[in-house]
Design a binder for this molecule. Structure first.
Ligand SMILES: [Zn+2]
Length: 330
């Protein structure tokens, strides 16, 4: 069942950690932990540095790490997800201190783990205590924090696909939730400059929009309001290249290309993701890989058994693909 998080946000709020009572196990990584230590001299009872997100590793850690009363996840998505795994298994108190806002892991109940190099979701634990430390988050490279806007901007193309799927296949559709999602998109639009500059307001906006999104998606039991064909682009590019990218880059590319395919205010969408600072031209992928991703998108979707979207209804011919690459400047 959904549990709303208590969020404490502000400058240097991570100082609250030193007042914790009981045995504290911190799960972090070298970079975020060193950044934290630049501001705070608190030492927990035990600290573990995350190496990978393999399910086998997490199972082993749960057995070998010392017992604790509180698990603190301090870092990016992997640190938060590792802490979620341990707190879920141990049924203990958990505090998350995200040091970047690039993914919604600090707000969701699911834990992304890897089994045979593919992502699987396990667990069920809603984070109840979040410390959003602006000072710490602002130490990270700006593009990592801007990337968080992608899973809000994705509402633009996802809502279109959700309605399309409802009309074509009878898939359940909730107009009231679609309206709440549209309000989140509008809120991102209003605060794009703050998100780009990673100001306290920009950070709080991203966290609050993640919180709202997780709440309404939990209520209807689907991520349809924020996961549409733009995510298919992201999943397929990783599938084709077998490389890991910044999620914001890939979903940004997905919003750019699918808004064009949907004929759904593509210029507005490109302007929004540009103002948020998403690197939607995906500098780490070659033009040939992007072409390949678009050409194989429907086949990928069918093979993987994924949801219905514009990809089922409109062909992407070579002219569309070349026009899109030109518009991307790739
Ligand atoms: Zn996403």
């Amino acid at each position: 069942m959904y549990i709303a998080p208590k969020i404490i946000s502000g400058a240097n709020t991570a100082t609250l950690l030193k007042d914790l009572k009981g045995a504290v196990l911190v799960v972090s990584m070298e970079i975020p932990w060193n950044l934290f230590r630049e501001e705070h001299d608190w030492q927990p009872d035990h600290i573990h540095m995350v190496e990978d997100m393999d399910l086998a590793t997490l199972e082993r850690l749960n057995k070998t790490l010392p017992p604790c009363d509180i698990v603190v996840g301090l870092g990016g998505g992997s640190c938060c997800d590792s802490a979620k795994y341990l707190a879920w298994k141990r049924q203990c108190r958990m505090i998350l201190v995200p040091t970047i806002v690039s993914v919604d892991a600090p707000l969701t109940n699911m834990i992304a783990v890897r089994v045979d190099k593919t992502v699987q979701y396990v667990g069920d634990i809603y984070p109840e205590e979040l410390i959003i430390d602006h000072t710490l988050i602002q130490k990270a490279p700006k593009e990592l924090n801007r990337a968080g806007a992608c899973d809000i901007a994705s509402i633009h193309t996802a809502l279109y696909d959700w309605k399309l799927a409802h009309d074509a296949t009878g898939e359940a559709y909730h107009p009231d939730v679609a309206e709440l999602a549209a309000q989140c998109l509008a809120e991102l639009d209003r605060n794009a400059a703050e998100v780009y500059d990673v100001t306290p307001k920009g950070i709080d906006t991203i966290v609050d929009l993640f919180r709202r999104e997780v709440e309404f998606c939990a209520r209807i039991g689907t991520s349809r309001p924020e996961e549409g064909s733009e995510h298919l682009v992201a999943y397929n590019l990783e599938h084709i290249t077998r490389r890991h990218f910044l999620h914001g880059d890939l979903v940004g590319l997905g919003v750019f290309t699918m808004a064009r395919l949907q004929n759904n205010s593509p210029d507005w969408a490109a302007d929004l993701i540009g103002r948020c600072g998403l690197r939607y031209t995906v500098p780490d992928a070659s033009p040939q890989e992007i072409r390949q991703c678009l050409r194989t998108l429907r086949a990928f979707k069918e093979h993987a058994g994924l949801f219905y979207s514009i990809v089922d209804e409109r062909d992407m011919d070579e002219a569309f693909i070349e026009d899109t690459l030109t518009a991307l400047g790739r």
